[in-house]
Design a protein around this ligand. Structure first.
Ligand code: UDX
Length: 438
């Protein structure tokens, strides 16, 4: 199959490289020349484990090409994927579709024979209809079809998620689109990936419903964590106790500082916008968003309480800045709200992140960046573990405590055991671990 991927952001690049790895002939198109030049030179615009090797390997074998010229990229394509950004619009939270529609218009002018135009970007229900209209109005060849094929990739595990997906969702309105996409995904069938064919609007909604449901699980367990603290219960055991019920499942029940990233915050807001437009109440998702926003803001209060009620003049060390490990993505990271509030309260903040520094630095004015966890601890009054990078899982707690001015560990990811931390001479505060349980 000949595939054209429009947009070399996170989704486009990972999908394009994986399709090429399955033997398809893939051309990735991006408007930004510096991005394409970088990719041609083997430089990745994002940090994702395994991506660089995958891109280089397939580029060397001629299956993966990069260009800024959309018409060239689209020539003879069977499937044209739109994987451009859909950021939340400032102010109203609506998904900004201007990049998607601009791409559709260009595709219409560039196609020389009928193809399937597929949205991979997360787009509100009904966007496929609008793309169809734009294609027709701008002279796309007769028979060109529009399909929705949402992605469910997690940052940090995107290649694995692409190659061994839980499911593939294809929303299509005609047999031509279904046939082409079945061929595109045929190599994955060997991995027993189920392919679910639905209507286009349904596929568009599946993506939002999936993300909103996962966000709901997180906000739910975070509220249970607060209750655990109040009643002296342990949220990790509660998670295990409920997660062993097959109907609930064990995943996405880790209490923490609130969800961040490029998807959950944006997609829950966009879903609420769609519901409001349609006059459908969505009280659950609305609460999920409120709970998460309040939670992120409340994390600084935990730090304040743990160190005795006063932030002014205190030096707080932050371990991990990205919204989760194995990514350099800082979008809506809980560290941003935490650090802002710590600074507003008068604390000095010193931080370390294994790969996120470059992205984080411009977003965190006034923060000092250190080279490792031990340098963060030197002279600090508290250490806050915000992102559970592997290298923070086996820190030498005695060594950390030895250089701190006052000795408090606030573990927002429940990485450590209270007893181990206390034995090393630090006070411990986790999430949802009731004091009475010890
Ligand atoms: C998510 C979806 O998982 C993916 O299917 C979709 O395509 C894009 O959005 P991603 O944003 O990469 O992926 O990260 P994910 O691993 O899902 O984590 C999202 C956030 O939730 C992170 O901030 C993470 O720390 C938090 N989280 C996750 C929890 O706080 N607790 C959990 O149990 C799981």
């Amino acid at each position: 199959m000949r595939i054209c991927m429009i947009g070399t952001g996170y989704v486009g690049l990972v999908s394009g490289a994986c399709f090429a790895d399955f033997g398809h002939d893939v051309t990735c198109v991006d408007k930004m020349p510096e991005k394409i030049e970088g990719l041609l030179a083997g430089k990745m615009p994002i940090w994702e484990p395994g991506l660089e090797a995958l891109v280089k390997h397939n580029a060397e074998h001629g299956r993966l090409k990069f260009t800024t010229d959309l018409a060239e990229g689209i020539r003879d394509a069977d499937a044209v994927f739109i994987a451009v950004g859909t950021p939340a619009r400032r102010g109203d939270g609506h998904a900004d579709l201007s990049f998607v529609y601009a791409a559709a218009k260009e595709i219409a002018g560039a196609l020389t024979r009928k193809a399937v135009v597929v949205t991979k970007s997360t787009v509100p229900v009904g966007t496929g209809d609008e793309i169809t209209r734009i294609l027709l109005e701008n002279g796309a060849p007769e028979g060109t079809s529009v399909a929705s094929n949402p992605e469910f990739l997690r940052e940090g595990a995107a290649i694995r998620d692409f190659k061994i997906p839980d499911r593939i969702v294809v929303g299509a309105e005609d047999e031509f689109a279904r046939e082409v996409l079945r061929e595109v995904y045929r190599p994955l069938f060997l991995n027993k990936a189920p392919i679910l064919f639905t209507g286009r609007r349904t596929a568009e909604l599946i993506k939002y419903a999936a993300n909103a449901f996962l966000a709901t699980k997180i906000s739910f367990i975070n509220e249970i964590a607060d209750l655990c603290e109040a009643v002296g219960a342990d949220v990790q055991e509660v998670s295990r106790g409920i997660g062993l019920d097959n109907r609930i499942g064990p995943k996405f029940l880790h209490a923490g500082p609130g969800y961040g990233g490029s998807c959950f915050p944006k997609d829950t807001l966009a879903l609420l916008q769609t519901a409001e437009k349609e006059g459908v109440g969505m009280r659950i998702v609305n609460s999920v968003v409120e709970v998460n926003d309040a939670r992120k803001a409340a994390m600084a209060d935990r730090v304040r309480e743990a160190i005795g009620g006063e932030l002014t003049g205190k030096k707080v060390g932050v371990l991990g800045l990205t919204f989760k490990p194995n990514t350099d993505d800082m979008r809506d990271a809980p560290s941003l709200a935490l650090i802002k509030r710590l600074q507003e309260g008068g604390a000095e903040v010193i931080a370390f992140d294994p790969v996120g520094r470059e992205q984080a630095e411009p977003m965190l004015p006034g923060v000092t960046f250190a080279e490792d966890a031990y340098k963060v601890a030197a002279g600090a009054d508290a250490l806050v573990l915000v992102t559970e990078w592997d290298e923070f899982r086996a820190l030498d707690l005695r060594r950390l405590a030895g250089t701190m001015r006052s000795k408090h560990l606030i573990d927002l990811r429940n990485v450590y055991d209270r007893a181990d931390v206390e034995r090393a001479g630090l006070s411990y505060r986790g999430i949802g671990r009731g004091e009475r349980q010890g």
